[in-house]
Design a binder for this molecule. Sequence first.
Ligand code: FES
Length: 526
Amino acid sequence: MRVTGTGHASMRIDTAAGSILCDPWVNPAYFASWFPFPDNSLLDWETLGQVDYLYVSHLHRDHFDAKHLRDFISKDATVLLPEFPTSEMEDEFRALGFTKFLRAPNEQVVELPGGLKIMIQALTSPTDGPIGDSSLWVEYDGVRLLNQNDARPTDLSVFAELGHVHAHLLQFSGAIWYPMVYELPQAAKTAFGKQKRDRQFDRTWRYIDDLKADHVFPIAGPPCFLDDALWQFNDIHGDEGNIFPDQSVFLSEYAKVGGTNGIVLLPGSVAEVTTEGASTTHPVPVEEFFANKVAHLEEMRERKRPVIEAEKASWRHPEVDVLGEMKRRIEPLLDESIYLAKGVGGPVRFDLVGYDGESVESIVVDFPGKEVRPYADEKVRYRFRTERSLIEHLLFIDEVDWVNSLFLSCRFSAARIGQYNEFVYAFFKCLSEERLQYAEGWYDEHERSTDAEDITLGDWVVQRRCPHLKADLTRFGIVDGDQLTCQLHGWRFDLPSGRCLTSVGHKVRAHRVDAETPAPAGEAVI
Ligand code: FES
């Protein structure tokens, strides 16, 4: 099996029974904030795009690059579709001219002509990607590969059960706006960033250890930030709180925990993977490339400047009545929302900075009051500050997912009172009837389901499944004193009270080993 690195989470897998192109991303994403690193725009995409199968793990724009798919990828390719709850991905593919689809039943092996086997695991909670993320498992001629991508399944047993995996490709770096955009003192930001960076690596080691593949390929990040306004987010300034470590940092951190089987794929690198081993060729020596990282980024920044400027010129739509449009689109969703609105639990304020860089219009999305209105000097739980033109553009293009556009752009700042609230972001990624209904239904089901199984961790008996996204705490749970940490996403819980210390709601059931067993309680948590 041949694996060609094509940048970020993208790769082309070639076998004698056919080729699969995964997640081809080239054009900047999220308001021209993210670019693939290392640069992959100079690859021969005309040739790479002539494939038998196309797999896109999810709709995040650093995976689903509509322009590139339209311009370069063969429309004869059969699209391997994860079993997502909404038809959005298929609709987007159809709009681009793709007509051949294979809807892969979730977690079931599908044998394609010639003996190529695939299995796709779809993750479908409202917090998984834009309502869905997925991983692809491939087997041909006894060689097995897992493209885990940036998906975070609770465990990898469904893949491990299919036999020893030879190549495991997974994310290790950051892909979020936290903590950089928060209005915090620099020292706090650095401390939070460092925690996050450590947690990302810990999670990666855990997945690697779960699967014990012969070879581990760090993929799906980091992106690079080429706009001058975002340049500081690149991990080139010696900031230990930077959440975007690159593949060379992965190799050195992995070595510290005894990892010796890491393989970095640059765009154009080719790995031949067999049951016996892997041999890799690179377009330039990997160490030399990373030693010249700053020069690479600076050259890219100059080359991509016109692309960024052209994008920026398209964002302003002065004719859009922002308050009126937000009311028209968001109020009907507030009316329908039970779980998300209750989970947010307070007003969320948007400060929109005008074209002059000074004037500010403040708009409140009032979740309890179920209305969108001008800010009225009240206390708010969350406040976002961004350029008015970005919101104008989202309204102009009728964007239903503000996470997959505004928030991932990092072109905003944020402040909040109290804990992180996942419902805020879940709501703003569900600005359509279809998505909102799905998310509401998902929370409804999960609130009703009881989770009666308990386990013992240290001095504590706790529910087996994490109250966040059901990670198995026998594997991911660590108890330190009276605190439980679930290492899948790093959420912490105070065991005596059961309170989640990371986010609103999500209470955990727990009692001391030597205490009387309380009656099992499927407590409401939001
Ligand atoms: S499943 Fe996310 S922190 Fe436990």
